[in-house]
Write a protein that binds this ligand. Structure first.
Ligand code: GLA
Length: 355
């Protein structure tokens, strides 16, 4: 299989994969028509699909367990199987003719770490279904289908960042996405830079509820301001009620930080990139209020390391992982940060990058 998870057929089985992601910067901007800069991880979710003659979908995974259902009888359960059911329900609803299949999943994307493991699973599955049933879907359409499955079946009103980078991303290369028109552009890291990603070992149990609340707050703010999305605002007008004023200030300033980060990456100015990461974290903590004591502590410890240029929470927040910028080839910082955080918090962190 190649780097883009393209499919191979091995004795009747179709295999496909897709990567998790770490978002370098541009958090909670993607459902506001804004800019994001995610990076595909080396960690991938792989699936192997064998078509069946009946309508049964039978799924097994070492990491997730065993589950199954019948095509046409998809029902949300609140569990991981909903990512699979959502995709088949949506494809059938779009008129694609599917049959049952046996699916085995190997997920190497840490689960519950804010690294988009469910988008990796959905995109890997859609790639396998596209191949097995010759579905006429391009890579952007695959991402959009995975997002619609989230909205219409799983019940999370996610933006398009995770699915798009899982479908189009190249490992280790930041992908600038303009979510207003889905234009993408690779913005490579300078040779001297490397990402550190550490999972805090904490997850928020009602993360999707809090996520949907933030999204509604942004939509309400856009309505009050008479714009289609907060992307259209670059200067914040006075008079918005709290907390909508803070939510909007985060989105407007975060969009500017993404563009500033891209400009700094292009000239190899790591100090400037790092300053954007630090400012993004403060904004997510104070204005958007999606951080947590564990994430704040982990970021604070990372920022205190002399070689770290900047650090922030990554992903939806409320738990999960942080991303930090380090000099290339540095092997010491991640372990030091994780050890200091474990000692001070009592949580069990894990270093995701460097892998
Ligand atoms: C989750 C969503 C994304 C994005 C981030 C926050 O990962 O799936 O669409 O909104 O949160 O930036």
């Amino acid at each position: 299989m190649d780097d883009h998870g393209h499919m191979a057929t091995v004795s009747g089985a179709v295999t496909a994969s897709a990567p998790g992601r770490v978002n370098l910067i541009g958090e909670h901007t993607d459902y506001n028509g804004g800019f994001v800069l995610p990076v595909a991880l080396p960690h991938r979710t792989s699936v192997e699909l064998v078509r069946r003659a009946d309508r049964v979908v039978s799924v097994r995974s070492e990491e997730l367990g065993v589950s199954g259902y019948t095509l046409g009888e998809e029902l949300p359960t609140g569990g991981w199987i909903d990512s699979i059911q959502g995709c088949t329900a949506l494809l059938r609803g779009d008129g694609h003719d599917l049959g049952g299949f046996d699916l085995s999943i190997r997920s190497r994307v840490p689960i519950g770490a804010g690294l988009a493991s469910s988008a990796a699973l959905a995109v890997a599955l859609l790639r396998a279904l596209r191949s097995a049933y010759s579905l006429p879907l391009g890579d952007v359409e695959v991402a959009l289908a995975a997002q619609r499955a989230d909205h219409e079946f799983v019940g999370v009103r996610s933006g398009i960042m995770d699915q798009l980078v899982a479908s189009l991303g190249q490992e280790g290369v930041p992908l600038l996405i303009d979510t207003a028109d889905l234009r993408v552009e690779a913005v490579p890291l300078p040779a001297g830079a490397e990402l550190v990603v550490i999972h805090s070992g904490t997850t928020h149990h009602n993360a999707s509820g809090s996520y949907n609340t933030r999204r509604s707050e942004c939509e309400e703010t856009a309505r009050l301001l008479g714009v289609g999305s907060l992307r259209e605002i670059t200067q914040l007008p006075a008079g918005l009620p709290a907390p909508l004023d803070r939510r909007a200030r985060h989105v407007v300033s975060e969009n500017a930080r993404v563009l500033e980060t891209v400009a700094a990456l292009r000239v190899g100015d790591l100090e400037r990139v790092g300053a954007q990461l630090d400012a993004s974290h403060a904004s997510l903590r104070d204005d958007y209020e999606v951080s947590s004591p564990a994430l704040d502590l982990l970021v604070e410890i990372a920022q205190a390391q002399p070689e770290i240029r900047g650090a922030r929470l990554t992903g939806a927040g409320f738990g999960g992982s942080i991303v930090a910028l380090a000099p290339a080839g540095d092997r010491g910082a991640a372990a030091r940060i994780a050890a200091a955080y474990a000692a001070r918090s009592g949580n069990v962190p894990s270093v995701v990058l460097p892998a």
